[in-house]
Write a new protein. Structure first.
Length: 168
């Protein structure tokens, strides 16, 4: 009888270990191929995304113009908003007026868009396979104004969810 209990106990333990392993594998696959997570530090996306918020993106969803996204530049994850896609022409004049294909985009919150001191010359045509990404808080020029268009392969998808983390 004790030998039978011992065998049943080992089987139950093995089954539990397999279930735990499957859950761990599912979570790893989910966060490798479907979701991406970043804690937003700084207010470069204020007011849409604030300092300290947890940002989650869906890697499988289509990223398009006016979509906030997580992208990678110089090995670091950043958050920005796509304002132009391949073939579109971006212009920023001396007064801070942003034009996409000669038209000012309709933005919920308007910030003066300044030119960065960089190699980017305006009007700038976004190359094939790239996005032009700006911060919502346009005074922070750590975006495509400084380092050019971002390859679509470096964009980890549109923001799916933001979670307020302050107070933890």
């Amino acid at each position: 009888m004790t030998e039978e209990k011992n065998v049943n106990g080992k089987k139950a333990l093995r089954d539990l270990a397999i279930k735990i392993g499957m859950y761990i594998l599912a979570v790893i696959l989910l966060f490798t191929f479907v979701l991406d997570i970043k804690i937003q530090y700084g207010n470069n996306m204020y007011p849409a995304i604030r300092d300290g918020e947890l940002v989650i993106t869906n890697r499988l969803a289509h990223s398009d113009v006016e979509t906030p996204v997580i992208y990678k530049h110089d090995g670091k994850k950043k958050v920005g908003r796509i304002i132009a896609t391949e073939g579109q022409v971006v212009s920023i004049n001396g007064n801070g007026k942003l034009l996409i294909n000669g038209v000012q985009p309709a933005e919920e919150i308007f910030y003066k868009t300044s030119k960065a001191d960089s190699k980017i010359k305006y009007p700038y045509t976004v190359p094939s396979g790239h996005f032009f990404i700006l911060n919502d808080y346009r005074s922070d020029m750590n975006d495509s104004r400084t380092y050019g268009a971002i390859a679509k392969s470096d964009v980890h998808g549109p923001v799916l969810l933001t979670i307020r983390r302050r107070g933890f």
